[in-house]
Design a protein around this ligand. Structure first.
Ligand SMILES: C[S@@+](CC[C@H](N)C(=O)[O-])C[C@H]1O[C@@H](n2cnc3c(N)ncnc32)[C@H](O)[C@@H]1O
Length: 262
């Protein structure tokens, strides 16, 4: 089942307020892929098309399809890039009509359960010389993820937020390596900790509202309580991330990347 089905739709404009922070990992992953000339590429969980756009920039002659289960995200992608091919589809049930030379997914599969089955599915989408390239935020390795989870587990919120942490599927590098090594002749894996320079502690909340905080806020039924929850997260964020001399805040953000070559 798509875990997303339990959530309300995404807010593309809110998501894209941090376009540069969100798109840099796609740039880093796409330009790390070997010198190849793919005929066809699929961007799974393409969101508003920001990651797809980077694929188009590197391989302008390829057939590139963006798929996403969110109607709002695909609508935004269609509006911004009307010449690209966009499909509203769930990655767990989508049946592509062609094989792909690259199956790409940036910051999306953490919303989808059962990564062994998912990676096998992605593998089945590949052509003979196909490449899979994936990036997954390491939310639970960050103070931010721990702060949100700890507050959600407090008495006041526990009942309403029960089970939310299991909406995220984030396995460790060893898990992914063991699957990839059965399927691919060559594998690259790395982690990057980005240092996002943000205007204030409030900007961390703003950035997370459309991703990591989203499922928690959706389970809290009234606006006053949402504010209290966010306020509690903000207090802890202030303790964890110091203000710099110029007033800005550094948010370290860890991401795991891997590329598999058939
Ligand atoms: C954080 S956004 C990533 C957007 C873009 N790839 C980027 O690099 O910024 C995650 C996207 O994954 C999509 N998504 C989540 N579960 C999905 C599923 N089962 N099938 C397809 N897309 C899914 C969401 O709708 C959302 O647009």
């Amino acid at each position: 089942m798509n875990k997303e089905a339990m959530l309300t739709d995404w807010k593309p404009d809110l998501y894209m307020r941090f376009n540069s922070e969100r798109t840099q990992p796609s740039i880093d992953l796409i330009y790390r892929i070997a010198q190849v000339e793919p005929k066809s590429i699929i961007d799974i969980g393409c969101g508003p098309g920001n990651s797809t756009r980077v694929l188009v920039n590197r391989w302008p002659k390829s057939k590139i399809i963006g798929i996403d289960s969110s109607a709002a995200m695909i609508q935004k992608a269609r509006q911004d890039y009307p010449n690209q091919e966009w499909v509203i589809a769930d990655a767990t049930s989508y049946e592509p009509e062609i094989k792909f030379d690259i199956v790409f997914s940036n910051a999306a599969i953490q919303w989808i359960p059962n990564h062994e089955a998912l990676l096998m599915r992605f593998y089945s989408f590949l052509s003979d010389r196909g490449i899979v390239a994936i990036q997954i935020p390491q939310f639970w390795d960050m103070s931010l993820g721990q702060i949100i989870n700890n507050i959600a587990n407090k008495n006041r919120w526990r009942e309403r937020t029960a089970g939310i942490s299991s909406l995220f599927t984030i396995e460790n590098r060893s898990f992914y390596y063991d699957i990839l090594s059965k399927l691919f002749s060559s594998i690259e894996m790395w982690e990057t900790q980005y240092m996002h320079i943000l205007e204030s502690h409030g900007a961390i909340i703003e950035m997370m509202r459309s991703t990591g905080l989203k499922p928690y806020l959706e389970k809290i039924d009234n606006d006053a309580d949402k504010e209290v929850f966010e306020g509690a997260v903000l207090e802890e964020i202030k303790k964890a991330y110091p203000i710099q001399k110029n007033g800005k805040v550094i948010l370290p953000f860890k991401r795991l990347f891997f590329i598999g070559y058939r």
